[in-house]
Design a binder for this molecule. Structure first.
Ligand SMILES: *Cc1c(COP(=O)(O)O)cnc(C)c1O
Length: 400
């Protein structure tokens, strides 16, 4: 048995099989490259589902984390700590909002938004007790908690987890008419991803996000944008909503906010929304901890420069031009996406998304399939153009 086989067999014996990882065992990583236990190198074209927008071991983030590790890492929110105020203030400013509620994982940010919207609905909008409803989109991915999978349309994510949390209405993504029909007096929020990541990097038709903004404003409903995967530079802007000049009421952030170092998530909104919480009504032992704030603050500082958004724009144009050529040659059926982010539907005669991913792995490129014959390309924003081109060469080679 090789070291790789041995470690995979052991992982399979002693961990739940809730994932089906590619057969590679990573031992170290820097920038856009990972090295496995046998010393083979791989170009990371997944970037931890955008949690690694700034690359592996980003020096600025490692330095911020290391400095904080030597001072204080956890206080709980029972006490103040000296990194909290600046993190919240700077993140709020980056979002053009007044307040931040820090949590840890993306799913917790979504859960927090559901609670925020319901509480806001009862206290501010005046929805009768117990009647609040939230409209969501089909094929959404917002996380894995029991409430969140209650409004998933993916049978794999949802089956056997009932009884489900009520209070959600599901409409087709990108269909404004359906959304208009679904909103009632009891609707407190519309929760959508501005670009649906897990669904295969689906960009809604032009005008959809502005339409959602207009409708929610008219009807007194919160527009909650789940930018956990689409936000923080991936699409070439700080937020995917910016591509259509849309400002939602609530941003949900996660993944890249933790710089690939620690889990950090946040709900960001104005005081008329996040102000609904009183002490004891919501919380998290780890949310807003000193290490998370130190790393998150550095992430915000890096995004304030605009250089990562610029890189995602430039490299993204190149990526989409190259993938467009592949589509023109008929080897891929469709390419979607924005910035340094693409969903690529491969002609099924070349194999499933999984098979393509395995062939790419053999050539030293790591990607992940989403559904069927779709692979997702989302390298760290720090990838060099040469490395990106090399990765695309491997894709061309695999597609023959
Ligand atoms: C990943 C993701 C989540 C869930 O984040 P976790 O940290 O895995 O809980 C929620 N929404 C979107 C859009 C995501 O991509």
């Amino acid at each position: 048995m090789t070291a790789t086989e041995d470690l995979i067999a052991s992982a399979e014996a002693h961990s739940a099989h809730n994932y089906h990882p590619l057969p590679v065992v990573v031992a170290s990583a820097r920038g856009a490259w990972m090295t496995d236990v046998e010393g083979r190198r791989y170009l990371d074209m997944l970037a931890g589902y955008s949690a690694l927008n700034f690359g592996h071991g980003n020096p600025r983030l490692i330095e911020a984390a290391t400095e904080q590790l030597g001072r204080v890492t956890l206080t709980s929110r029972a006490f103040h700590h000296d990194r909290f105020a600046e993190f919240c203030a700077r993140l709020a400013r980056l979002c053009g909002k007044e307040m931040v509620l820090p949590m840890n994982t993306g799913a917790e940010a979504v859960e927090t938004a559901v609670k925020t919207a319901r509480k806001w609905g009862y206290r501010v909008k005046g929805v009768p007790g117990g009647r609040a409803r939230i409209v969501v989109a089909a094929n959404n991915f917002h996380g894995r908690t029991t409430t969140i999978v209650s409004f998933s349309t993916d049978p794999e994510a949802r089956a056997d987890y009932g009884p489900y949390t009520p209070g959600f209405d599901i409409v087709p993504f990108g269909d404004l008419g359906a959304l208009r029909d679904a909103v009632t007096e009891d609707t407190v929020a519309v929760l959508i991803e501005p670009v649906q990541g897990e669904a295969g990097v689906l960009v809604p038709p032009p005008g959809y996000l502005p339409g959602v903004r207009e409708l929610t404003r008219e009807r007194g409903v919160l527009f909650v944008a789940d930018e956990i995967q689409s936000g923080l530079g991936r699409t070439g802007r700080t937020f995917a909503c910016e591509h259509e000049d849309v400002v939602p009421d609530v941003y949900l952030l996660g993944k890249a906010l933790g710089g690939g170092v620690v889990p950090v998530s946040a709900v960001v909104a104005d005081a008329d929304v996040l102000g609904v919480f009183r002490p004891g009504e919501h919380g998290s032992t780890f949310g807003g901890n000193p290490l998370a704030c130190a790393v998150g603050l550095e992430v915000v500082a890096m995004l304030e420069t605009g250089e990562f958004q610029q890189r995602a724009t430039e490299l993204g144009e190149h990526l989409h031009a190259e993938l467009g050529l592949l589509a023109g040659s008929g080897k891929v059926v469709e390419v979607r996406g924005r910035g340094l982010w693409a969903g690529v539907d491969i002609d099924p005669s070349h194999g499933t998304g999984r098979e393509i991913s395995e062939k790419l792995m053999e050539r030293g490129v790591l990607v992940k399939d989403t559904h069927g014959s779709t692979i997702r390309i989302a390298p760290p924003l720090v990838i060099s153009k040469e490395d990106l081109d090399w990765g695309l060469d491997q894709l061309r080679a695999v597609l023959g």
